[in-house]
Design a protein around this ligand. Structure first.
Ligand code: SF4
Length: 234
């Protein structure tokens, strides 16, 4: 018999547990099977991310011609976004780096939990120093706070805590549709105790919400994979 997988914790859960529908949170957290949903929303972002990864198989700065013709199967609109995003990538990221071969999807935590979800791409530079690049594609403008305060950066560091191993890491956050860029160098040995504390606080919020999984109908029902059988829609 297959063992139950560890309870799932995503970036969305950590960032929005108190605001999202508690029924959906409970079902996602418990790895409940859901209706299959199309990945069309992520087709361009997945493609750009994969091409960026391939562009750095060897230590290299990205070149615009590296992306030529890599996305011929996209629709005209998707191709326009792909070309915009790859142009911004080569403009914003000019340092040579090599991609790190890592588990793209999950990191186990104590307590039968697993952090699940992509958390940018990890690289090393010519001096073997670590770098994390978080790429988004037309996200709402970020709040004006330090990168280390953002759930996305904390999640990316928690996903790679063993690899980082207390080193300083360059973290860059860019939106490849809007052309925004922010960067910081973070001393992980100094910040990880605070991030661990934050994680425990956020896990407590998730546990509280999961304990009382009342459905909360709203906009998120539109893309909820658990809408079938949801009592809020009878
Ligand atoms: S369909 Fe709406 S109310 Fe029901 S679980 Fe999903 S998000 Fe919650």
């Amino acid at each position: 018999m297959l063992e139950d997988p560890p309870a799932k914790v995503t970036l969305g859960h950590l960032a929005r547990a108190e605001r999202m529908c508690a029924r959906r949170l409970k079902l996602e957290h418990g790895n409940t099977r859901a209706n299959w949903t199309s990945n069309g929303r992520w087709r361009v972002s997945n493609r750009v991310t994969e091409e960026v990864r391939l562009a750095h198989t060897d230590l290299a700065a990205p070149r615009a011609d590296r992306f030529d013709g890599a996305a011929r199967d996209l629709t005209t609109e998707q191709l326009a976004v792909y070309e915009l995003a790859t142009r911004w990538y080569v403009t914003l990221f000019t340092r040579p780096v090599r991609v790190v071969d890592e588990d793209q999807w999950g990191t186990d935590l104590p307590g039968d939990l697993r952090l699940v979800g992509r958390a940018g791409l990890a690289f090393t530079d010519a001096d073997d120093r670590p770098e994390i690049r978080l790429l988004s594609f037309g996200s709402p403008p970020a709040a004006p706070i330090a990168l280390i305060e953002t759930p996305a950066v904390r999640f990316a560091m928690l996903r790679r805590v063993e690899w980082l191993h207390g080193r300083s890491v360059r973290v860059a956050v860019a939106d490849l549709v809007r052309g925004t860029f922010d960067e910081d160098t973070i001393d992980t040995s100094a910040v990880m105790p605070g991030i661990d504390e934050w994680l425990q606080t956020r896990l407590d919020v998730i546990r509280d919400r999961v304990a009382n999984p009342v459905p909360k109908p709203g906009l998120e029902c539109a893309w909820c994979p658990y809408i079938a059988g949801c009592e809020a829609h009878r």
